[in-house]
Design a protein around this ligand. Structure first.
Ligand code: C2E
Ligand code: CA
Ligand code: CA
Length: 711
């Protein structure tokens, strides 16, 4: 009966197969179910007893004693069997009393507590041999009436056993199978004949041999009544079956385990799925590296370990330099391939105690533990970077990829996960500022800068929508005629508390994120809207053009051409009047791609001005290929700080070169008439500078146009 103390399927089957009367009784004393034996003992049709108070089975004079014991069992939820004494009788339906032996135990079924009441008719109790199933050919047959009903219950039991979806076996003390059901045969891939009389060793996964035997020993020794364990079987076809086994014993009169009942659950697929799900939940699908969640978990553990062990820990944030360029130029497939290769190389130098994870995009996080010095963290960084020195080759493409690394080291638990990663990020930003392939260690100074930078970027986002960002326009003047031939659109941010923030400060910040694209399209829209109002003024000088600065991100943004088309259409500005200013470094990132973009812009009839000319490294052949409409000579040549003579020579060379290549030369930053005269003398066509005007709001620019025209 003890093996009923579980809500397994076999509980119900075995309940019926019990060689004694049994009932399930709820905590109010109401009979919920009973087996045929009990109905027979009590002389009731079975169904009549369901729903009745159990006390109908007790002679009135004994009810109180019965019930006291009963309540005792309910209150204490005793699990041990309780014999209630010999002088208790069963009151049969016809009024007869028969002496009986009672035992109570508890059982939870469907999350409800039940009392299992076992009743043995004392006159026949010892004639019952126990519910050994006859499936294996071990049935006892007796000539008594009871034997007939026992045979009947065995038959019912066999049906339930055979029909069960759960693989089940009965086995003897040595683990040999006495009975196996069809589900077990299917699970093991073996026939009943192959299994009967043998044990499970020959189809147990080698590492798991001994697990079942240990369970048998535990139960046989009486330490536990029921035991569950996991083990792996080998299906006849070689497949490993991961199983959960629940085993219990049927005990004989002396309490010895007579045989064992095991019910098995095949959890192979469940486990595989669970393993896959937990792997997926914790790993990056592309590279198979740990993901952010797993990294976070490891970092929490590492922090507490570092405090205990008095070691240093470090977080390294690795960011690939100009990775976006790879995606844009070679496509995402190559980009993904590159990330996988890089992950592989990093993994090779990852120490077993450390965790390497992909942080998303082109960023990797490396968690280092057990460091003695800060320098060790830098050493790890350089080892990681070294793996990138060898170029990557895919099909036709050979790529050189570099990365920048920010490091934060800790020796106490004063920074949480988020702060550590943020600080590594701030150090990485600093590393990028120093140029590609740098390693930078976080310092409090870097932290302060990051905080104010972060605050500024947040504010800039707001500023765009709240109208704090505006475009101003600086006139571009024809040096020979003094006519205004156009305006350069320059961005201005009027911060409510800090006043005017120069674009040199906020544009590089915005370039760190997609925000630059928003700023860029804002500039373009505003500039074209302004230019559309200039168009109506008719002048000998022609309709003024507008130049708009493009940052690298914008220039390489796949949405650029569409944006230009849409905005030209919307504003109605002739495309020839729009000129995009790009610096040499922007155009130099990827020459092949730049040429493609230039072709598109030519198609749209939009011009290019090469900004800050002379400060970059473009070769002459490149300049010719790029063929910009305008070259803007950098202010440093117009207003030289040192070595005036050399600058003068360069200025002259650039103007001559531009004129020879049929490009319009524009000199920036003209502040004095002396500078103007010299440029005029050199035959420089256009000029821009404070001599005429700084950048001014659109209304003033339009006004300027009218008054100049009025001259
Ligand atoms: P830039 O494109 O070289 O712009 C010329 C800068 O020189 C402007 O500074 C302008 O105000 C200044 N400048 C013009 N004439 C003179 C002069 O005679 N003397 C002196 N000392 N300076 C003069 P600003 O407006 O501060 O812009 C700085 C830089 O910010 C720009 O350099 C450009 O690279 C960037 N920028 C400005 N607006 C935008 C924009 O809308 N988009 C992008 N991507 N960048 C922008
Ligand atoms: Ca410019
Ligand atoms: Ca410039």
């Amino acid at each position: 009966m003890r093996f009923l103390e579980d809500h397994h399927v076999q509980a119900q089957n075995l309940f019926e197969a019990l060689p004694c009367g049994a009932a399930l009784i709820d905590d109010h004393g109401v009979i919920g179910d009973l087996n045929q034996h009990l109905a027979d003992i009590a002389g009731y049709p079975r169904g009549d007893l369901v729903g009745l108070d159990v006390r109908v089975l007790m002679p009135p004079r004994q009810r109180d004693a019965h019930f006291a014991q009963w309540m005792d069992c309910v209150d204490q939820w005793r699990t041990a069997e309780e014999s209630l004494g010999e002088d208790l009788n069963i009151l049969q339906r016809d009024g007869h009393e028969i002496p009986a032996e009672f035992a109570f135990s508890r059982l939870t079924l469907d999350d409800r507590p039940w009392i299992v009441m076992e009743v043995r008719d004392k006159k026949v109790a010892h004639a019952v041999p126990g519910a050994v199933p006859s499936t294996g050919g071990h049935a006892h047959h007796s000539q008594t009436e009871l034997a007939a009903s026992l045979a009947d219950s065995e038959r019912r039991f066999r049906l339930a056993f055979e029909g069960s979806m759960a693989p089940m076996v009965f086995s003897d003390r040595d683990g040999r199978f006495l009975a196996v059901n069809g589900a077990f045969c299917r699970m093991s891939g073996r026939s009943k004949d192959e299994l009967m009389g043998s044990d499970s060793k020959h189809f147990t996964y080698p590492d798991d041999i001994g697990i079942s035997e240990a369970a048998y020993d535990l139960i046989q020794s009486g330490q536990v009544d029921e035991y569950r364990y996991g083990k792996r079987f080998l299906h006849k076809n070689g497949r490993i079956v991961v199983a959960e086994v629940s085993i219990c014993a049927a005990r004989d009169q002396d309490g010895e385990a007579a045989y064992f009942v095991s019910s098995v659950r095949d959890v192979t697929e469940e486990r595989a799925l669970a393993a896959q799900l937990s792997f997926q939940a914790l790993h990056d699908p592309l590279t198979g590296l740990a993901n952010r969640a797993l990294f976070d978990d490891r970092l929490v553990q590492a922090r507490s370990r570092a405090v205990r062990d008095e070691h240093l820990g470090a977080v390294l944030l690795l960011d690939l330099d100009d990775f976006k360029g790879v995606n844009d130029s070679y496509g995402h497939l190559v980009g993904d391939q590159l990330l996988i290769e890089i992950a592989g190389r990093f993994r090779q130098v990852t120490r077993s105690t450390d965790t390497l994870s992909r942080f998303g995009g082109d960023e990797f996080l490396y968690l280092a533990e057990g460091l003695a010095t800060r320098a060790e963290a830098e050493l790890i960084a350089h080892r990681l970077l070294q793996t990138l020195e060898e170029p990557f080759t895919f099909d036709q493409v050979t790529l050189q990829q570099r990365a920048s690394v920010g490091i934060v080291v800790w020796n106490d638990d004063s920074m949480n996960n988020v702060e550590l990663v943020q600080n590594a990020d701030a150090a990485m930003y600093e590393a990028k500022r120093q140029g590609h392939g740098h390693v930078t260690m976080f310092t409090p100074q870097i932290g302060h800068e990051a905080v104010s930078r972060f605050a500024l970027v947040q504010e800039l986002r707001q500023a765009l929508t709240s109208g704090e960002v505006v475009m101003h326009y600086q006139p571009i003047v024809d040096i020979a005629s003094s006519n205004v031939v156009g305006f350069e659109a320059l961005m201005r941010w009027h911060h409510p508390t800090r006043g005017w923030i120069p674009p040199d400060v906020f544009i590089p910040l915005a370039e760190q994120s997609e925000l630059i694209l928003e700023l860029g399209s804002f500039a373009l829209k505003q500039a074209l809207t302004a230019a559309s109002t200039w168009e109506v003024t008719d002048a000998a000088a022609g309709v003024p053009c507008v130049t708009v600065n493009l940052s690298a991100r914008q220039f390489h943004d796949p949405g650029l051409v569409t944006l230009l088309e849409v905005e030209l259409e919307r504003s109605g500005v002739q495309p020839e009047r729009l000129i995009l200013e790009v610096t040499e470094s922007v155009a130099l990132v990827d020459i092949a791609e730049t040429m493609n973009i230039m072709e598109e812009l030519n198609r749209l009839r939009i011009g290019i001005a090469l900004d800050d000319f002379g400060t970059g490294y473009s070769s002459l052949s490149y300049l010719a290929a790029l063929n910009p409409r305008i070259i803007k000579i950098d202010q440093s040549f117009v207003r030289p700080k040192h070595d005036k003579n050399r600058s003068d020579t360069l200025l002259e060379a650039i103007v001559t070169l531009g004129n020879k290549l049929n490009m319009t030369v524009l000199a920036e930053g003209i502040e004095t008439s002396a500078q103007l005269d010299r440029l005029h003398h050199l035959d420089c066509e256009l000029g821009q500078g404070f001599l005429w005007s700084p950048a001014v709001p659109v209304a003033e620019a339009t006004e300027m146009l009218l008054t100049l025209l009025g001259d």
